[in-house]
Design a protein around this ligand. Structure first.
Ligand SMILES: [Zn+2]
Length: 300
């Protein structure tokens, strides 16, 4: 079966090429997936923008309205890292809609991936750290509200701590947040997940994979999970501009195979989102993000 992939051309909000946030990675990732033969028309879906009612499950009504009407206060825009104009607003609504769609496809097909998402620094009351809406938290709460999933596990392996997801889901006992990240990375003030593992600078492939392999059985034993959201941020890579964990391409591939293989062996659906990745060579960065899809396709 081909891998179910969710994508929208407007995930790319068209920033200048020298912007700190490498926006062009979205079209380049699609190109990389085409080259690898991973895009099949019958398994490619385009999301609708998430309606305000979904976004308000995870975010305060005021903040959702500010983003939709492009009237986010400047102080919050500074914390996000870019102004929230019409294209950024649309891309945030589409990315959240995309993760909801990918989650629904994962429930039916066992695995599906969004070519965006993993905006884990967006908290209930505001965005931060290049994240406008927290797509995984939105999708978790939509699935819960619809009764499509009871118990939800979030495995966040982006190099940065999943503070926004922890904030939004802290009072949701049926959603368990796990973040394994670089101790010295953003955010400075972390918000405790249900389980956090902080790694020291320079943790390489071997130590990283040992740590991960030890934790996964612990996570899967905690409840009968109906779905796992997997944030496969590639900023753990040695050549990432913001990461400090020194993983190689092979390490990334082994990480993704370890996570997806563990949960698929247990019959638990997996919804993959791409998370962070920062490089001035955006083509190389897109190839790094493509690893998630290459691995996921072997489980489809
Ligand atoms: Zn990150």
């Amino acid at each position: 079966m081909p891998l179910q992939i969710v994508h929208h051309p407007d995930y790319d909000a068209g920033f200048a090429v020298n912007h700190r946030f490498p926006m062009s990675k979205y079209p380049l990732l699609m190109q990389a997936l085409h080259v690898r033969g991973l895009i099949q028309a019958e398994a490619l879906s385009m999301p609708e923008p998430a309606p305000a009612s979904w976004l308000k499950f995870a975010h305060s009504a005021d903040y959702v309205d500010q983003v939709i009407t492009c009237s986010v206060p400047e102080k919050i825009e500074r914390e996000i890292g870019f102004p929230v104009g019409p294209r950024v607003s649309l891309r945030a609504q589409l990315a959240a809609g995309g993760t909801v769609l990918a989650a629904r496809l994962a429930l039916v097909n066992g695995i599906a991936c969004n070519t965006a998402g993993g905006s884990h620094h967006a908290r209930r009351a505001q965005g931060a750290g290049f994240c406008t809406f927290n797509d995984v938290a939105v999708a978790s709460l939509v699935l819960r509200a619809e009764g499509a999933a009871e118990n939800i596990l979030i495995v966040d392996l982006d190099v940065h701590q999943g503070d926004g997801t922890a904030d939004i889901l802290k009072d949701e006992p049926r959603a368990f947040t796990f973040s394994m990240h670089g101790e010295r990375n953003y955010p400075v003030r972390k918000i405790a997940s249900d389980l956090d593992v902080a790694l020291s600078d320079g943790t390489g492939d071997a130590a990283y994979l040992v740590r991960l392999g030890a934790i996964l059985p612990e996570l899967s034993a905690k409840a009968g999970w109906d779905i796992v959201f997997y944030n496969a941020g590639v900023d753990v890579h040695a050549e990432d501009r913001l990461g400090r964990l020194s993983l190689s391409d092979d390490g990334l591939r082994a990480r993704d195979a370890t996570v997806i293989g563990h949960f698929r062996a247990l019959g638990i659906p997996v919804c993959g989102v791409i998370g962070g990745g920062y490089s001035t060579d955006v083509a190389v960065l897109a190839a790094r993000h493509a690893i998630l899809f290459e691995v996921a396709a072997t489980f489809a």
